[in-house]
Design a protein around this ligand. Structure first.
Ligand SMILES: C[S@@+](CC[C@H](N)C(=O)[O-])C[C@H]1O[C@@H](n2cnc3c(N)ncnc32)[C@H](O)[C@@H]1O
Length: 331
């Protein structure tokens, strides 16, 4: 596991869970980006080699596997990520799809462990913008075959995902700055003490502890009363609230550890949400990236806004291109 300050700890923590993706805009139950990716993979010949940069738990790679199943010869699909990923262990729902992918954990996209001209297609879904873009695009060019295709989905500075990350980051910071975890630890100890000793003092202390936890929850609920997106808050509160009920099955040490783990997960969550905001590109940066592709003589470079089916919120940018065939470069 990474240490907490190496910049990737938050991702390793996140991917050691049963989540296929980290920021998927879902509209009416559909992954609105999936058809664009399906088209990207569909045009590839049977047996094509594909690389997913910053693959996480393999959300994009799994889509490539789905398309591969319709081909006479399967794609060879690789996914790299700097974090300690192990998707086939953690993502039960997609284990069959993910078993078809070769994952490369702890692998920087700025230094890819592949021979030059290895891949027919390279994709990145909300990932390359987290890296040193200049270096990663150079590596993409190196490992892409002549005639190979690239498609990147990139966070936009004015996109809906950045907005959601900002809101959730603020929520996480507010909870971390409160005394929620402290008063919960005290409550767990006080409840167990009261039940073990059954003295008037211990019972009074437990009652006072219950009141402190209630006050903290009330204060936080009041603070979050206008929040539209309550997913982080509700999940976190449910996890903390479940702890006292577990004291028949676990001792104080185990319960305290669970409380600390919830706090640690929230810290990781906050770091990840900050990283996502910082990775988002504005029009100037994304145009520089497109220009880098053109300077490398990529053809058919296209840059467009990614939007939902209803068209309203911006989901980022699509940036695509094709590496020229060798004879065209040397002309
Ligand atoms: C927002 S997540 C996207 C994951 C996945 N593509 C998805 O759509 O669910 C960004 C990923 O990029 C990875 N990452 C960040 N910098 C990287 C780098 N320099 N090289 C490789 N992976 C990197 C992170 O570890 C994280 O898993």
């Amino acid at each position: 596991m990474h240490n907490q300050n190496d910049g990737l700890w938050e991702w390793s923590v996140f991917w050691h869970s049963n989540q296929l993706h980290s920021c998927m805009p879902v509209e009416e139950g559909h992954n609105t980006l999936a058809p664009v990716w399906r088209d990207f993979f569909q045009v590839l010949p049977p047996g094509a080699t594909i690389l997913d940069l910053g693959t996480g738990n393999g959300s994009l790679a799994a889509q490539a596997v789905s398309v591969s199943e319709s081909k006479s010869s399967p794609f060879s699909i690789h996914g790299v990520d700097l974090a300690d990923i192990e998707p086939s262990r953690y993502v039960a729902a997609a284990d069959k799809l993910l078993a078809e992918v070769s994952f490369h954990p702890r692998t920087a996209m700025e230094h890819l462990p592949f021979e030059a001209q290895s891949f027919d297609a390279i994709g990145s879904q909300y990932a390359i913008e987290y890296s040193n873009i200049q270096e990663s695009v150079g590596e993409v060019f190196r490992v892409l075959k002549p005639g190979g295709r690239v498609r990147f989905l990139l966070h936009a500075n004015d996109g809906v995902l950045k907005d959601r990350c900002r809101q959730q980051y603020d929520q996480a910071q507010t909870i971390l700055a409160s005394d929620l975890f402290l008063v919960t630890t005290e409550l767990l100890a006080a409840l167990i003490e009261a039940e073990t000793k059954n003295t008037q003092t211990a019972i009074q202390e437990a009652e006072a502890s219950i009141l402190r936890v209630k006050n903290t929850f009330d204060m936080l609920q009041e603070r979050f009363s206008d929040e539209e997106d309550r997913s982080l808050i509700d999940n976190l509160f449910a996890a903390v609230r479940s702890l006292p009920g577990l004291r028949k099955s676990y001792d104080l040490q185990a319960l305290t550890k669970m409380n600390e783990d919830i706090q640690l997960l929230l810290r990781a969550q906050a770091k990840r949400l900050l990283a996502m905001q910082q990775a988002a590109l504005d029009d100037i940066k994304v145009n520089e990236m497109a220009e880098q592709l053109r300077l490398l003589k990529f053809e058919c470079v296209s840059l467009e806004r990614a939007s939902t089916a209803t068209g309203a919120p911006c989901l980022g940018y699509w940036l695509s291109g094709e590496k020229p065939l060798i004879h065209e470069v040397s002309q």
